[in-house]
Design a protein around this ligand. Structure first.
Ligand code: NAD
Length: 471
C-alpha cells in the first residue's frame, strides 16, 4: 500500500473521490512496469494458488454462509475450477506472452510482422453472487496473467465471500496492483465513474447495460458475462436415465438452479414427455429424497428478494395446475424444492424471464423441428443443450442454434474445458474468457511491422509521375 488514503479507500462506502484515489494508485503501480514482467505475474498467480490451498476451509464456510452451498459443490464448482484456472495460466503464460509471428505481404516487402500482446492497463472486475468465489477470482487470474493492475468488486449479495476476499486476497498478492473493493450500488457506481482500461462484468443484462453506458463515456472496452434462458432439447432416442441425471445435476446440482448455465427449460416431443417426466421424478427422488427441503445437497435461495421473485413465478395464474413435481417452499430457510412444470403457457412469466432457481418448465411440441424453431425464436442463450443419439440432429443443432456455447448429451460441463471460450452472444453477453481467452480478453493485440532500410519502391513516393502511374 503506497499511502494511507488508498488503504482507507479499500472498503465499503467510498465515493467517487476515493475511487479516484484508488485508481490513481493502481495506475502508479501499472506505470512502474512491474506488472508486465513474467516474474510478477507468476508470483501473483502462485500467491492465489497458495491462498486457495491455505484458505479452503474458510472459502467453503463463506460459500455455505452465503448460499448453504454443499461443500462438494463448493469444491467441484468453485475451488477446484479456480485452482485449475490458475495452474493452467501458470503453465501456459510464458507461451501466451510470446509475440506471435505472422506472415508478411508483398506490399510491405521486405519486412517482418508480429502480434504483441500487451496488458490493457488498469482493469475493473465486477462479479456476481451465485459463484461468488470463482466468478471473482477467475477474471482476476486472467487480468494478472495478461500483466494488468486490477480492482475486484465482489458481489454484496454474497457478503461472506466478499468480505473474505477483502481480507485474504491482499495477503497473497501485490497490494499496490491488486485491490478488492467491497460494496453495493453506490460503491460500484463510484468505481464505474472512473476511467478504466477494461471493465469485466458478470451479472444480469440490466446492470450490464449500466456498465456499458458508464464505460462508453471513457471509450472503455467491456466484457459482459450475462445470462439468459438456457434451453435443453431432449430427443426421444436418448438413454433417459443418464439424460435425466445430467439434466438434474446441471440444474439443481449447480447451486439449486442459480447458475448462469443451468437448464432454464426443457423442450421435448408430446409423445416422449411422459417418459421424460417419469424418469426425471425418479432421478430427483434418488438425488434429494422424499423431502428435498431437508436435503443438505441443495443450496438455498440466496435471499428473500430472490425467494419472492421465484415464488411469484409459481403464483402466476397462467401456470396454475402445471406443477407435476415439487413446488414445496420454506420461506424461513429460503428453500424451494426442485420443481417440474409441464406445458406452461408460452406467454407465462416463467417463460419470459431467466428463472435462475430450482423451477424447470417442460414445453412440448409435436415434432423436434418445432423445438428448434422455438429456441431460435428466443434471445440467444448463454448455453444450449441437446440430448440425442441422432448425429444429423446434432449437426443441425450446432449449425442452426446460436448460443454462447453448447453441449451435446450433458449440461454445464463445457465451461470446465479451458480450451473453449466461455461467454455469451447477443443478449447473453459480449466477450469470452477462460484459459487463453482470459489472457486475450485482458490484452491488447498490438500489430508490429518491422522493416530495414532496403527494399525501396520509388512508385510509393511523390511526385506521382505519369511513368510511375503506369505500374
Ligand atoms: P449481482 O446482484 O451480484 O450483481 C452483479 C454485480 O453488479 C454486483 O457486483 C453488484 O454490486 C453490481 N450491481 C448491481 N446493481 C448495480 C447497479 N445498479 N449499478 C452498478 N452495479 C450494480 O448478480 P445478478 O445480476 O443477480 O447475477 C445473476 C445474473 O448474472 C443472471 O442473469 C446470471 O445468468 C448472470 N450470470 C452470468 C454468468 C456468466 O458467466 N455469464 C455467471 C453468473 C451469473
Amino acid at each position: 500500500m503506497e499511502n494511507p488514503a488508498e488503504e482507507e479507500a479499500v472498503g465499503v462506502g467510498f465515493d467517487g473521490a476515493r475511487a479516484a484515489v484508488l485508481v490513481a494508485g493502481l495506475r502508479r503501480g501499472f506505470a512502474s512496469g512491474r506488472t508486465r514482467s513474467y516474474e510478477w505475474r507468476a508470483a501473483q498467480l502462485k500467491g492465489i494458488v497458495r491462498m486457495i490451498d491455505d484458505k479452503e476451509a474458510e472459502i467453503m464456510a463463506a460459500l455455505h454462509d452465503d448460499l448453504a452451498k454443499p461443500h462438494m459443490e463448493s469444491y467441484l464448482h468453485e475451488i477446484s475450477l479456480a485452482k485449475a484456472a490458475c495452474t493452467f495460466a501458470l503453465k501456459e503464460m510464458k507461451r501466451w506472452m510470446k509475440p506471435e509471428k505472422v506472415p508478411t505481404s508483398i506490399t510491405t516487402f521486405p519486412s517482418s510482422a508480429e502480434i504483441v500482446s500487451e496488458p490493457v492497463g488498469v482493469v475493473l472486475v465486477i462479479s456476481a453472487w451465485n459463484y461468488p468465489f470463482l466468478l471473482s477470482i477467475d477474471p482476476v487470474i486472467g487480468a494478472i496473467a495478461a500483466g494488468n493492475a486490477v480492482a475486484l468488486k465482489p458481489s454484496e449479495v454474497a457478503p461472506a465471500t466478499s468480505s473474505l476476499f477483502a481480507t485474504i486476497l491482499p495477503k497473497y498478492t501485490d497490494n499496490s496492483c491488486v485491490k478488492v473493493v467491497e460494496g453495493s450500488i453506490p460503491e460500484t457506481t463510484a468505481l464505474l465513474e472512473q476511467k478504466w482500461d477494461k471493465i469485466f462484468y458478470t451479472g444480469n443484462g440490466k446492470v450490464g447495460r449500466i456498465v456499458m453506458t458508464a464505460a462508453a463515456k471513457h471509450l472503455t472496452p467491456v466484457a459482459l458475462e450475462l445470462g439468459g434462458k438456457c434451453p435443453v432439447l431432449v430427443d426421444s432416442n436418448v438413454n433417459v436415465k443418464v439424460a435425466t441425471k445430467r439434466i438434474a445435476v446441471g440444474k439443481w446440482g449447480c447451486n439449486n438452479g442459480q447458475a448462469c448455465v443451468a437448464p432454464d427449460y426443457i423442450l421435448t416431443t408430446k409423445s416422449f414427455a411422459p417418459t421424460l417426466v417419469d424418469a426425471m421424478k425418479k432421478t430427483l427422488e434418488k438425488f434429494y429424497g422424499k423431502d428435498p427441503l431437508e436435503s443438505p445437497d441443495l443450496s438455498r435461495i440466496v435471499n428473500a428478494k430472490h425467494f419472492r421473485r421465484l415464488t411469484s413465478l409459481l403464483d402466476d395464474e397462467k401456470v396454475s395446475g402445471t406443477i407435476v413435481y415439487g413446488g414445496q417452499q420454506d420461506e424461513k430457510h429460503l428453500k424451494i424444492a426442485p420443481t417440474l412444470l409441464l406445458d406452461v403457457p408460452h406467454d407465462s412469466l416463467i417463460m419470459k424471464e431467466e428463472i435462475f432457481g430450482p423451477l424447470l418448465p417442460i414445453i412440448t411440441f409435436n415434432e423436434v423441428e418445432d423445438c428448434l424453431d422455438f429456441i431460435n425464436s428466443k434471445a440467444k442463450p448463454l448455453a444450449a443443450y441437446l440430448f440425442t443419439k441422432d448425429k444429423r440432429l446434432e449437426e443441425r443443432f450446432v449449425k442452426t442454434v446460436s448460443a454462447g456455447g453448447m453441449l451435446i448429451n450433458d449440461t454445464a460441463l463445457h465451461l470446465a474445458n479451458p480450451h473453449l471460450p466461455f461467454g455469451g452472444v447477443g443478449e447473453s453477453g459480449i466477450g469470452a474468457y477462460h484459459g487463453k481467452f482470459s489472457f486475450d480478453s485482458f490484452s491488447h493485440k498490438k500489430a508490429v511491422l518491422s522493416r530495414g532500410f532496403g527494399g525501396e519502391a520509388p512508385a510509393r513516393y511523390p511526385p506521382y509521375t505519369p511513368q510511375k502511374q503506369k505500374i
